[in-house]
Design a protein around this ligand. Structure first.
Ligand code: HEC
Length: 144
């Protein structure tokens, strides 16, 4: 009996550790994705400030779009503690959070289309809209 209890305890501890690991991974992964998006928006800003060209940035904007689309899966329930600024409202108002991510993805699609067209002014406008979706989500769902 004792041995079985000890085994069960071990298995329980192992799965707890695995869960903590998975959460740490999710936090690190989403932070990397966010940083990547920050780098891309800075690069696009530099390109439009220089008057173009913007088409060379298309591959990086595609990465940004990929990150925006990944946001919903990067905040699994339970990943709100640890080295993270994610607010609990992400999960208590999950529909709102998903909408904020969707707004980001739509704005990123428009930015991609603008950069693909080579139109610097349209790219500048679309970049402003992307930035608006970053800020809107951060204000509501990111703590200090
Ligand atoms: C749908 C919500 C949402 C959108 C859209 C969003 N973010 Fe975030 N962002 C967050 C949350 C939540 C955090 C906090 C993550 C954490 O600490 O676990 C964060 C964190 C960050 C961080 C800090 C990363 C770190 O190392 O701690 C940066 C930089 C960032 N976001 C940039 C951006 C940029 C740039 C955009 C737009 C191109 C953007 N984010 C769009 C929700 C969002």
């Amino acid at each position: 009996m004792k041995r079985i209890a000890a085994l069960a305890l071990c298995a329980g501890l192992l799965s707890l550790t695995a869960a903590a690991w998975a959460q740490g991974d999710a936090i690190a992964e989403r932070k990397n994705g966010m940083k990547l998006m920050g780098g891309v928006t800075e690069a696009v800003k530099a390109a439009v400030d220089a008057g173009g060209p913007v088409t060379p940035l298309v591959p990086r904007i595609e990465q940004l779009l990929g990150e925006m689309r990944a946001i919903p899966s990067q905040f699994p329930p339970g990943s709100g503690t640890g080295d993270t600024r994610a607010r609990d409202v992400i999960w208590s108002d999950h529909a709102g959070f998903l909408r904020a991510a969707e707004n980001g993805a739509k704005a990123a699609e428009a930015l991609l289309a603008a950069a693909q067209s080579g139109d610097v002014a349209a790219t500048r406008t679309a970049l402003g809209q992307v930035g608006g979706t970053c800020g809107a989500c951060h204000r509501a769902y990111r703590g200090r």
